[in-house]
Ligand binder design. Structure first.
Ligand SMILES: Cc1cc2nc3c(=O)[nH]c(=O)nc-3n(C[C@H](O)[C@H](O)[C@H](O)COP(=O)(O)OP(=O)(O)OC[C@H]3O[C@@H](n4cnc5c(N)ncnc54)[C@H](O)[C@@H]3O)c2cc1C
Length: 468
């Protein structure tokens, strides 16, 4: 069944994966990059050069140039391809749109699978017209489409401002950005401010442009309900106090046909979990991440990880880690020998440590204390949907926990939460938050549910070898 043999297989063609492929390719190492998107570049470079100018964004500029100049004799990129599993040895199980299922054999694996958005549910969050902020960005960057002339943006974290600004730049109006986090979380420590002055200047400029265009930017504000029958008509939001309790009388209703929501990011750890790599829970790094050492080796021999999957930290960190992981693989192959290379490795490690400080600040924006989360969850009514694929709502979870099903694995079996077509990609993290709130356990003690092949949805016909 093995269709191909390479030195290194890289799962994920985002900044981390492409930076690694570039370094390895320049050393003549046979590399295969497997990615399920239409084009290389992952989330950050989506839409390529067509998505706008890049000269004012050095990371974007570097990423795009790197893809354009990849050493093609040694690097092969296969897009529209899902990696379904990794067997020891290594054999990588792949589902390809055109040729169905096949296996790739390799000596080293680099997992650069990125992250996805995280959500906290509320009444009406599954109504037509309510979109993930990431989905809005994809529509804009990849297809040049605005979902609506006017879009309300809400949730928690710095990404809300970025998406609101993307909407505005594309000609859309954003009446308000509603952020659950208090303004105090936005204030960086003086050292971080100096270290990452360019990032903070960009963030400040974004906020100023939004405000100038008449966008209300409200902190400590929660979405209470999205209302409408066949689609979104109105969004009700309210102010919250420091302990997560809604302040009575602070409710505001916004007329809205489109609402973008996002509550930060969660690393795509499923393949690493399946391959037996150790995971760690670290709220400062964005929750569950792949455990790596300074050389980006995972606990599984021969498997490396780079980018958002090791800690949610943004595009610059992914670029640095991609290069660093490639050098680690080269070291393992005994291909790193010059003083200059060792100097570059140590410079990359230093730069990575600096990015980790920013990561802690970034993730703090959507990391709320256990008591705050418990209060938030308690305030949600029973009919709030949690798993939309299997039609499981919060009341179902509350009843299951009361009946003693108090782990993700038990609750999955009792309610089918997370067993639908999206394989829990959205509700799995919500389930962890709900379980921590209902059981009073720290989030770090609520284990992730186990994973099996295939980690991505695939047609049964494709699995059975019927081809596309
Ligand atoms: C929706 C979204 C929008 C974002 N927008 C921004 C932004 O505007 N600005 C910003 O600074 N940061 C943004 N981020 C954060 C962003 O992830 C990083 O800045 C940067 O793109 C990370 O690079 P990466 O290589 O680590 O991961 P990614 O760019 O996410 O690349 C990972 C790639 O791996 C692919 N993949 C994952 N699993 C599999 C599998 N099993 N089989 C095949 N392919 C797989 C993914 O589809 C993706 O193409 C965004 C993140 C998301 C999720």
């Amino acid at each position: 069944m093995v269709a191909k043999r390479v030195n290194v297989a890289i799962v994920g063609g985002g900044l981390a994966g492409m930076a690694a492929a570039d370094v390895l390719g320049r050393f003549g190492v046979k590399v295969l990059v497997l990615d399920d998107n239409l084009h290389p570049g992952g989330q950050y470079l989506r839409g390529g050069r067509q998505a706008g100018r890049s000269w004012f964004d050095p990371v974007r500029h570097r990423g795009l140039s790197l893809i354009e100049r990849l050493p093609q004799s040694s690097v092969e990129i296969v897009n529209r391809t899902e990696v379904l599993g990794i067997e020891s040895g290594f054999e990588i199980l792949v589902a390809d749109e055109s040729s169905g299922i096949s296996a790739i054999s390799c000596d080293h694996v680099l997992l650069a699978t990125g992250a996805r958005e995280r959500f906290v549910p509320f009444k009406g969050w599954t109504l037509p017209g309510v979109l993930a902020t990431g989905a809005i960005q994809i529509l804009i960057k990849q297809s040049g489409i605005l979902p609506a002339a006017e879009t309300l943006v809400a949730g928690a974290g710095l990404f809300l401002t970025a998406v609101a600004r993307d909407i505005q730049k594309s000609g859309g109006r954003v009446p308000a950005v509603l952020d659950e986090a208090p303004f105090s979380k936005r204030m960086p420590a003086p050292r971080l401010l100096v270290q990452q002055s360019a990032k903070f200047a960009l963030g400040g400029a974004m906020l100023a442009r939004l405000r100038l265009a008449g966008t209300d930017v409200c902190n400590a504000t929660r979405i209470i309900e999205a209302r409408g029958h066949d689609g979104l008509r109105e969004v009700v939001a309210a102010r919250v106090d420091r302990s997560g309790v809604v302040i009575p009388g602070s409710e505001t209703a916004y007329r809205a046909g489109c609402l973008g929501i996002g509550f930060g990011f969660t690393a795509n750890v499923e393949l690493a979990q399946l391959a037996g790599c150790g995971l760690a829970f670290n709220s400062g790094m964005g929750g569950w991440v792949v455990k790596v050492n300074e050389d980006l080796e995972t606990s599984a021999e021969g498997i490396y990880a780079a980018g958002e999957v090791t800690a949610i930290g943004g595009a610059a960190k992914s670029l640095i880690e991609g290069r660093l992981a490639a050098f680690s693989i080269l070291q393992r192959m005994a291909r790193v020998n010059s003083i200059n290379m060792r100097r570059e490795i140590s410079a990359l490690k230093k730069a990575r440590r600096r990015q980790m400080v920013f990561a802690r600040y970034f993730n703090a924006q959507y990391d709320f204390a256990a008591g705050y989360m418990a209060e938030w969850m308690r305030s949600l009514p029973d009919d709030v949907p949690v798993c939309r694929c299997e039609d499981v709502n919060l009341g179902d979870l509350r009843r299951a926990v009361a009946d003693g099903f108090d782990t993700p694995a038990a609750i999955k079996k009792a309610t089918r939460c997370g067993m639908g077509i999206c394989q829990g990609s959205t509700c799995k993290i919500i389930l962890l938050d709900v379980l921590a709130a209902l059981t009073g356990k720290p989030l770090a003690h609520v284990p992730l549910p186990s994973v099996r092949v295939p980690v991505k949805p695939v047609y049964l016909g494709t699995l059975a070898g019927e081809g596309p």
